[in-house]
Design a protein around this ligand. Structure first.
Ligand code: MD3
Ligand code: FE
Length: 215
């Protein structure tokens, strides 16, 4: 089927290849925006954002929480996934169905049918917050993609290669964008430049990023 009319909803969302294994689905969230934001409010009410500490003792500028059977955490002991929220000692909030559907649908669209994420890391950027270049390798099976969802203020995302020293390309990620990172892109170094101040009509002075993982 042709993709010429993708923006009209014929043939599915517009797929933009970013790199081998990485596909940008611009605006994919917009149709479910209200439902997504309402589900996000529920998760954050049960498991608030917090600034975690790296094993090296630095406080992260990005505030984080999680939903799903497992959540990503860092403290002086290291990085890991765990079933309980260390703040409350209770399980992370369940993954909302609207999150699961969006992530599975995006992965399917990008050529990864049957993606069933069991963790969703939720990152909150306020002006100046950044994420240094890193790889996501705390998961067991790198054949599983990661699906990322951007909401709120736009950010400049950096995407490199399999070595930290490989050259990086910059990409603007905007409200509603979804990216599926699989295949050779799965272990690529990536990061986010310091968030520029601004005002988003729905989210105010912040950016929220959701990453769906099979851990
Ligand atoms: C490429 N988050 O949570 S999303 C992270 O915008 C993370 O908050 C960034 O990197 C953010 O780990 C970037 C895009 C992204 C997420 C995971 C990836 C790109 C990726 C995993 C592998 C390769
Ligand atoms: Fe990452």
């Amino acid at each position: 089927m042709t993709d010429l009319f993708a923006h009209a909803g014929i043939g599915g969302p517009a797929r933009e290849p970013i790199a081998e294994g990485a596909v940008l689905l611009r605006g994919l969230v917009l149709a479910k925006e209200a439902e997504m934001l309402s589900a996000l409010d529920d998760v954050v009410a049960a498991a608030p954002f917090r600034h975690m500490v790296t094993p090296g003792g630095f406080i992260m500028s990005v505030a984080m929480t999680n939903c799903g059977a497992a959540g990503w955490v860092t403290d002086r002991r290291g990085y890991r996934y765990q079933g309980d929220d260390p703040l409350s000692g209770r399980p992370w909030p369940a993954m909302p169905a609207v999150f699961l559907d969006l992530a599975a649908g995006a992965a399917d669209e990008a050529g990864f049918p049957g993606f069933a994420p069991d963790a969703c890391l939720i990152n909150r950027y306020e002006p100046g917050a950044k994420m240094s270049l890193h790889q996501d390798k705390d998961e067991r099976d790198f054949r599983q993609p990661i699906v990322s969802v951007s909401l709120g203020l736009p950010a400049t995302f950096q995407f490199g290669g399999l070595a930290r020293s490989d050259k990086t390309v910059k990409l603007a990620l905007e409200h509603g964008d979804v990216v599926v990172w699989g295949g050779p892109a799965r272990l690529a170094f990536h990061g986010v430049l310091p968030l520029k101040d601004g005002e988003h009509s729905l989210l105010g002075r912040k950016r929220i990023n959701l990453t769906f993982r099979r851990v």
